[in-house]
Ligand binder design. Sequence first.
Ligand SMILES: [Zn+2]
Length: 137
Amino acid sequence: MNFKLRIFRKDYTNNLSAWNHLRFAVVDLSKSKSYPENFVSVLPMRIDSNGKMPSAFTKFFGNKSLATARRLLTDALKKEDNSEIKAEITRRLNLLEPNPIIQIKCRVCKKFFQTQKERVLKQKICPECMKRFGSQE
Ligand SMILES: [Zn+2]
């Protein structure tokens, strides 16, 4: 299987304005070289593989959804030279990042410090206290 992103630009107009929308499609080049025969799914804005409303993408890629989405976007970014599309790829990559920084109270000095959600379970001591403990060893 050889998954790639295909990005389409669609232009819309109405009486008042014109705008465009970029559509990100995932294709499997091992299936076919031509579109839409190789179409797998649309790449959703956010990946929520254990959510209540799984997308076709997360149904297809399962627990590899997030990693796959990241890889597809990173690959596409390298090859893309249209600045508008690049900006959209970057924006989508940022949307895939795990939750923003949160505040935690340090167990030792009771001061608040910032960390990323993914680390919360492991890290309950602020970096300064960690350093202090480290230097005592
Ligand atoms: Zn501390």
